[in-house]
Structures are given as structure tokens and as C-alpha cells.
Design a protein around this ligand. Structure first.
Ligand code: AKG
Length: 347
């Protein structure tokens, strides 16, 4: 049965011992981390390569010799293992393969107009900004704070309405943006990250397992340049072009995502609700950018509570961008080709 399963995946297993094994139930797709698997397979010999294809329930390991691979096969085939610190057990199944291979995706570029700037706030600024958001104090402020199915949300400056995906431009919220944001926004203007001072802020708080559906911020609601500050933890955000091309972008803690031009107007952005992100092991916690399918270097990163500050400028005249197929200003009330916020997001 194992052989058939592997054949379905285009993996040719052989019955004689070789230097390489495919290990089923030891993949990123079933919750195994690179660290755990490496520790397990290293017990039997020198590991020349460990390939973990994204979202697959198996991995490949190549040993320095057939003898080592055979030792690993004998020890690991049928072995029960606890996944990380979860209470879930898996049984590993091994097969020999002639060679380990996986087509590495071509390195992906960030969507045009998108930049991620690292360390835009210090840990001290991060702490103060997080403390400035009072999630429990003003439950009466129904307009400005909503518990959505997938995350906590609070609005400043103007309320973003998830029923019509727009803002009431004539009804600014009292108090404007929190004072602590002024300094930060001044810095963004001075450094040239943005050209216009935002007047609307949405603070989203995501617990592990939560996310935000893929969407394009309504063109008629906001100007170009939407920026999002990631506080508390890093996360992977998925961008998708209408032709289906997707790019996963790692947003490190204390980094600023700037979406402008094509990435703001044409690509959807969203966060898949899950507890782990697949990221490059060598970039853990330090580098920004796209996650290429370098299967020799992927691992799982456990999510933690992330709070994002998304700043936008309310648009006062219709949008005249060069992407009419996704522009509500240029299509009247017609339905958008790209999904906006699904209307069932509220509880
Ligand atoms: C939104 O509120 O529309 C977002 O896209 C939030 C993005 C983020 O959490 O960084």
C-alpha cells in the first residue's frame, strides 16, 4: 500500500537498500518540524540531505552510505513518534528510493509595489504601542471594536465596515488615531516609506489558528499605500495575483509591510488560519521576504499572538487606477472579480 501511495506522488520506491529513504508521516504537511526530523534521522548516521516538500506528509533523507540508511530503515519503519510537544502520535513508514529529488520552485519575487522593512520600531516602542490598545476597557464602543470570527479588531479615525467593505467618510470616530502612532507615522513619512499621512487605523489581533480572508482593500475607500506594522510575532501573509500566482511573504516581528501600486490594487492579501507557518529554517526570525520552496531548508514555525496596525488614508475622490477589473470606482456597484471581505466575517 505504501508503494502505491508513493507512486501516486511520483515517487519510485525500490526493494533493495539504497542510501536514501522516503519517510511517510514525517512531513511538514502532517506537522513534523525540520528540527524534530533531523534529530531523529541523525541518530543513524551522517545525513547528507533532508528534503521536506511543503504541505506533503513525507520527507526524503539521504545518508552518507547504504549501511546507515539500512540502519535507519530498520529502526524507523513502523516506529511510533510523538509530534513535537503535541499529544499526537504518528507511525513512520520508510521505503528506499534511488534518489532524493524535488523540483525546487524558481525563486519568487515580491509582488510589484510591495516592500517589507525590518525593525521599524524598537522593542520598547512595540511594547508601548501594544499597551496603548485597550481591548477590554471600552466594550461600549461597539462601532470601533468588533469580534470577528477569526480575530479581534479595533478601528480608529474611521470605522471600517465589514458589511459594505467601506468607511463612513462623513463620520470620523472621536479621538482620531492614538497619539503614540503620530511619532511612528512621522518617521514613516520622513524615511519615505509613505507619501501621505494616514487617517485611518485598523488594529487586528490574531491568536494562533486565526487569520484574515484574502481580500483587496476597497479601491474607493482608501488611497494607494497601505501599510501594516507587525507586532508581537511574525506571520506569513499570502499574496495572490488574479492569474492564480501566489507568493508567501514572511512578515517579521517589528517589520512594516508597504503595499503600493499593483500589490495594493490588484493582488489579494490574506492570512491563512493555521497554527504553524512553513518558513525557511535559515531565515527564522531574522530575514524578510518570500518563502521559496527550497525543500532542503523548510521548517514549521509555531505562531504566537500577532497584533497588526494597518494604516490607510481615506479616499476623497473616485479611484482611477489602471486595474479597472478590480476597481469598484470604475465598475459602479458591479460585483468585483476579486473577492473583497466575505460578508460573513462577523459573528
Ligand atoms: C486588514 O485589516 O484589512 C488587513 O489586511 C490586516 C493585515 C495585517 O494583519 O497585517
Amino acid at each position: 500500500a505504501q508503494h502505491t501511495l508513493m507512486r501516486h506522488e511520483g515517487i519510485e520506491c525500490v526493494s533493495h537498500a539504497t542510501q536514501s529513504l522516503v519517510i511517510a508521516n514525517a512531513g511538514l504537511g502532517n506537522g513534523m518540524s525540520r528540527q524534530q526530523l533531523l534529530k531523529t534521522v541523525e541518530e543513524y548516521g551522517l545525513v547528507e540531505a533532508l528534503l521536506m516538500p511543503p504541505n506533503k506528509p513525507y520527507s526524503f533523507v539521504k545518508y552518507g552510505s547504504t549501511k546507515e540508511a539500512k540502519k535507519a530503515f530498520d529502526a524507523l519503519n513502523g516506529k511510533e513518534l510523538m509530534l513535537g510537544d503535541s499529544d499526537q502520535n504518528v507511525v513512520l513508514y520508510c521505503n528506499f528510493v534511488e534518489k532524493v529529488f524535488w523540483k525546487n520552485a524558481v525563486p519568487t519575487n515580491l509582488p510589484p509595489g510591495l516592500t517589507v522593512i525590518e525593525k521599524v520600531v524598537s522593542p520598547e516602542e512595540e511594547r508601548r504601542m501594544l499597551e496603548s490598545i485597550d481591548w477590554i476597557g471600552d466594550e461600549d464602543a461597539q462601532n470601533a471594536q468588533k469580534t470577528l470570527k477569526h480575530r479581534k479588531v479595533k478601528h480608529f479615525g474611521y470605522e471600517f465596515r465589514y458589511d459594505n467593505n467601506n468607511v463612513d467618510k462623513d463620520k470620523p470616530l472621536p479621538g482620531g488615531l492614538p497619539e503614540i502612532c503620530s511619532l511612528f507615522l512621522e518617521k514613516c513619512l520622513k524615511q519615505g516609506y509613505i507619501k501621505h499621512k494616514p487617517d485611518q487605523l485598523t488594529v487586528n489581533q490574531y491568536e494562533p489558528g486565526q487569520g484574515i480572508p484574502p481580500h483587496i482593500d476597497t479601491h474607493s475607500a482608501f488611497e494607494d499605500e497601505i501599510i501594516s506594522l507587525s507586532l508581537g510575532a511574525e506571520i506569513v501573509m499570502d499574496f495572490k495575483h488574479p492569474d492564480g500566482h501566489t507568493v508567501a511573504v514572511l512578515l517579521p516581528r517589528c517589520s512594516l509591510l508597504v503595499m503600493s501600486g499593483e500589490s495594493r490594487y490588484l493582488w489579494t492579501h490574506g492570512i491563512t488560519p493555521r497554527k504553524y507557518d512553513i518558513i525557511q529554517a535559515s531565515e527564522l526570525g531574522q530575514k524578510v521576504g518570500t518563502i521559496t520552496a527550497d525543500v532542503g531548508d523548510l521548517t514549521l514555525n509555531q505562531r504566537k499572538t500577532r497584533t497588526s496596525f494597518t494604516f490607510r488614508k481615506v479616499r476623497r475622490s473616485p479611484c482611477n487606477c489602471i486595474y479597472p477589473s478590480v476597481c469598484d470606482s470604475q465598475k459602479g456597484q458591479q460585483r468585483q472579480v476579486q473577492p473583497s471581505f466575505p460578508h460573513n466575517e462577523m459573528e
